[in-house]
Design a protein around this ligand. Structure first.
Ligand code: GTP
Ligand code: MG
Length: 302
């Protein structure tokens, strides 16, 4: 993130929406286009998406010498919409089935909180859920999930600190089937994408789940931190090539981050985006909507 954006963000503690819009100058010509380029680049949209927006703006500016903020919003919205086409996804939960969602991601990205929010989300839809604590690495991890389970009245299967995460995944899946649960959500330990041994641990979890039931196709969702920026593309790519991601949840979109990296990630990898996280409470999880995301980004201050 450029210092400019960081500094300005620091000054104005507002939601991303109206604030991001207010960064765009009210009037733009050939000379101030660089300004707009910096704004989009600094919001983590990445080189390619930013270049697309700027390219389109240059074409417009050839026709008319001046663009208004509204015109930039309109051009950028169309480009973001095009690049997010097909990104929205929804989990199918057929009757009498037990779906598995395995959450993976970097340290502190929001996996455990998202696991709890997802359980709450599906319970509200009338589905029966179970949480599995496969983070046996961090001593307090299962306690964190147990607390969520207790507060939300959702079953939790956990194990001792240091236990094999794959064994917990197996037990959680079996317990979910035995108890007639519709969705089992597995929380895993945070890991750096460059650590191949830790990627091996995730591969083992997925192998063991296949042993528990060869017919299941686990959903493997990356919980990405919206505040991290463009290196999300690189880490998502590695997670994807190592374990085959089937979905993305973008956590922490409630802060000042524009979550622009999401667009670059989807453009490159075409991994569906299921949810966005918008806070720390159980309710603060929304199904991803491209239109809502774009509208929120460019919303006016109220
Ligand atoms: N504002 C905000 N905070 C969030 C969101 N999701 C998670 N958090 C916070 O981010 C911090 C880390 O969340 P966790 O769920 O513990 O992250 P984790 O990925 O499980 O962390 P590790 O297990 O240590 O890798 C906590 O303080 C959460 O409350 C979100 O959508 N918005
Ligand atoms: Mg965790």
């Amino acid at each position: 993130m450029f210092n400019f954006f960081k500094k300005t963000l620091g000054r104005v503690k507002k939601s991303t929406g109206g604030f991001f819009r207010s960064l765009i100058p009210v009037s733009i010509d050939e000379n101030s286009i660089k300004n707009v380029e910096n704004i989009f680049y600094s919001a983590d949209f990445g080189i390619e998406i930013t270049a697309e927006i700027i390219g389109e703006m240059r074409t417009e500016l050839k026709k008319n010498k001046e663009m208004r903020r509204e015109d930039v919003v309109s051009v950028a919205s169309k480009i973001l919409e095009k690049n997010l086409n097909g990104a929205e996804a929804s989990l199918e939960i057929p009757e009498n089935s037990t779906q598995v969602i395995c959450l993976v991601g970097a340290n502190g990205s929001g996996k455990t909180t998202t696991a709890a929010k997802l359980a709450y989300f599906y319970e509200k839809l009338g589905k029966k859920t179970l949480l599995g604590s496969c983070d046996t690495f961090r001593a307090a991890a299962d306690e964190q999930l147990r607390t969520w389970g207790k507060n939300l009245s959702i079953d939790v299967v956990a194990s001792k600190h240091g236990a094999d995460p794959a064994a917990v995944a197996f037990d959680a899946y079996k317990a979910a089937v035995a108890r007639g649960k519709n969705v089992v959500i597995l929380d895993t330990a945070g890991r750096l994408h460059v650590k191949s041994s830790l990627m091996g641990e995730l591969q083992k979890i997925l192998r063991i789940l296949k042993k528990a039931n060869n017919d299941i196709t686990p959903n493997v969702w990356l919980v990405a931190d919206a505040t991290i920026g463009t290196n999300t593309i690189e880490s998502t790519e590695t997670f994807h090539s190592e374990i085959g991601l089937t979905g993305i949840v973008l956590a922490k979109l409630d802060g000042t981050s524009a979550g622009g990296a999401l667009v670059g990630v989807y453009k490159k990898l075409h991994i569906p985006i299921y949810f966005i996280g918008t806070g720390e409470t159980p309710e603060s999880l929304e199904k991803f909507s491209a239109t809502k995301y774009i509208d929120g980004l460019f919303a006016s201050h109220t």
